[in-house]
Design a binder for this molecule. Sequence first.
Ligand code: ADP
Ligand code: MG
Length: 159
Amino acid sequence: MAEQRFTTRSEDETEQFGSRMAELLHPGSVIVLEGDLGAGKTVVARGIVRGLGSNKESVTSPTFTLMNPYPDGRLPVWHWDLYRLGDPEELDLIGAEEYLGVDGVTLIEWKERGGDRVPTGHLIVQIDYDDEDPEIRLISLSATDHEHGKIVDELDGYQ
Ligand code: ADP
Ligand code: MG
């Protein structure tokens, strides 16, 4: 399946990358954000939220709230950070299935903590540090199903 690679040289560039991607998203899109702490997952999420037209002032990591909602853009965005989840079953207790992969755009950081509650069809944004320059990020896009693969293909030619 399709894979694309991009390089960004600043936080702003990474945010713009997210905003550009947002134009290609539709109801049911699920974006999994991968990368070490501080890689830039939340920066990409902010770009997507802004790109979809939310006017909420700040887009920060929902580390303690698990999910931050941005319902006021072209599509609603549900931004999850599962870092503090003890067990995938906790997602059932808070009624997460109502938001995971349905309707709007789902963004997920630390997907592995969510186990099989995370929708299997998704687009993966892998963000890696550069060995030499602390401002450079290497972003790889891939998809686990055809639907999300089309979005990866459409980003071809960007940059
Ligand atoms: P994560 O959500 O992956 O833990 P954040 O998005 O919260 O990480 O933070 C990324 C950090 O890296 C920010 O402090 C940002 O200023 C910094 N940074 C430096 N260069 C870049 C870049 N090219 N893209 C994104 N963030 C960058
Ligand atoms: Mg984060």
